[in-house]
Design a protein around this ligand. Structure first.
Ligand code: SAM
Length: 421
């Protein structure tokens, strides 16, 4: 088979002759090893995107991108000229050629007449809004995981490694409610294919967005999603926060410093996590977090109750938990709304409790009086809910050590509070 020469600058045939008929008119040019197409960016600050033609899943991504650009009707492209899905490498070459011709004209005009920032609307803004962040991350996910079934098969149901995703609409709501932004370090413990980490880097532009995923298959997909996301953000010329996607166990020592010293918002989709994993997570990691750090979960870490002799040794003694606004259709694994929670670390709570006990031993008239009054007034407001999202200045004292410190001082007045392990 002798390949026909490419058509150079001649008009594309792809939009005129369907692929099946075209193959009878002219022969397909065979794919060369490592052959790439370059899609030049029309966006302010945008960089070109290079894609290998050999990889067939790139074809649909290219078509999607070109359709997005065409839909703005800024380039002089025939209406819906990229509507037909490419079925051959030649279809893709033709699409890119058609686009590039008009992109060059547009770029030249921009150089002589100056850039019109209104062109391409929200796509030309330096930052992603919700819509563009969703669009870019979703394109990266679809590009990297063309067959989601692979993922579903990989996950073992009813284990801590059960598959399920949080939807972007819920994430946007959490960002607004908790005012997550550029000063925050967001860590997703059990990040799956990394879509939330990319979303937080694009939408909230957190100083750092980090994902840690244990399972091999989703971690491999996550690496691809991250790579695709990075290239797309460059193509659209968008500013983003730094992001990293790691494979490993969230309890591994190598992540400890990052989680305990840097994280200001920790996200744990713990809906299917086993009780033993949750216990290890709380005892070995989360209880060392500093004041003000927020932990978002799909199952409450512990109910917020007033501290007393029984409840003074639980996770609740160093944190406050509340329900977050939870939207319909907020997760992939259920059509019912899943409740999200925010636990704010409040190490002072335990200090205050022991101080009060020292001042007013239980049984004393003052203690009784105050507790009766409190019960009638309702629950006292705890301080951590609106704490700034920073871990700086946090008291990094392990609650158990704190408690022992207090118990030592308390010991003459009262028998120590019994710890239940
Ligand atoms: C339900 S998915 C959540 C994905 C993503 N965070 C979201 O909400 O869209 C939970 C993930 O946690 C991962 N996981 C379970 N145990 C883990 C561990 N010890 N360390 C890291 N990841 C873990 C599972 O493999 C799974 O991908």
């Amino acid at each position: 088979m002798v390949p026909t020469p490419r058509r150079g600058n001649q008009p594309s045939t792809s939009s005129v002759i369907p692929a099946a008929e075209r193959s009878q008119v002219e022969e397909e040019r065979p794919l060369e090893r490592g052959e790439c197409v370059k899609i030049r960016s029309v966006f302010i600050r945008g960089c070109p995107l290079q894609m290998e033609l050999e990889d067939r899943k790139n074809w649909m991504t290219i078509a999607t991108l070109l359709r997005t650009i065409e839909s703005y009707r800024i380039l002089k492209l025939e209406r819906n000229c990229f509507e037909v899905d490419p079925t051959t490498a030649d279809d893709v070459r033709d699409m890119v050629e058609t686009y590039t011709r008009e992109q060059k004209v547009y770029s030249k005009l921009q150089k002589t007449n100056g850039i019109n920032p209104k062109h391409f609307g929200i796509w030309n803004l330096p930052e992603c809004n919700y819509k563009t962040a969703c669009n870019i991350v979703q394109t990266a996910v679809e590009h990297s995981i063309p067959n989601q079934q692979v993922l579903n098969r990989h996950y073992r149901p009813a284990t801590s490694e059960t598959y399920g995703e949080t939807n972007f609409c819920q994430m946007e709501s959490i960002c607004k409610e908790l005012k997550i932004g550029e000063d925050d370090v967001f860590v997703d413990l059990g990040s799956g294919v990394g879509q939330l980490v990319c979303f937080m880097s694009a939408y909230a532009r957190c100083k750092k967005s980090i994902g840690i995923e244990l399972s091999q298959q989703p971690a491999e997909f996550a690496a691809k999603v991250g790579n695709g996301y990075k290239c797309l953000m460059k193509f659209f010329g968008k500013r983003a926060g730094h992001f990293e996607l790691h494979r490993g166990d969230m309890l591994d020592n190598r992540f400890r410093q990052l989680i305990l010293q840097e994280a200001t918002v920790i996200f744990i989709n713990n809906f299917a996590f086993s009780p033993s994993l949750m216990l290890r997570l709380k005892e070995n990691l989360l209880s060392y977090l500093g004041n003000g750090v927020r932990i978002v979960t799909t199952k409450a870490l512990e109910k917020s109750v007033d501290l007393n002799e029984r409840s003074a040794d639980g996770f609740n003694s160093i944190s406050d938990t509340r329900e977050l606004r939870s939207l319909p259709d907020n997760v992939s694994w259920s059509s019912s709304t899943v409740q999200f929670y925010c636990t704010t670390m409040n190490v002072d709570k335990l200090f205050k409790y022991h101080e009060e006990r020292r001042r007013r031993p239980s049984g004393s008239p003052e203690y009784q009086e105050e507790h009766v009054e409190r019960r009638t007034r309702g629950r006292p407001r705890t301080s951590g809910y609106n704490s700034p999202s920073t871990s700086s200045g946090a008291k990094r004292v392990r609650p158990i050590e704190m408690e022992e410190e207090f118990l030592e001082q308390d010991s003459e007045e009262e028998p120590p509070v019994k710890r239940t392990e």
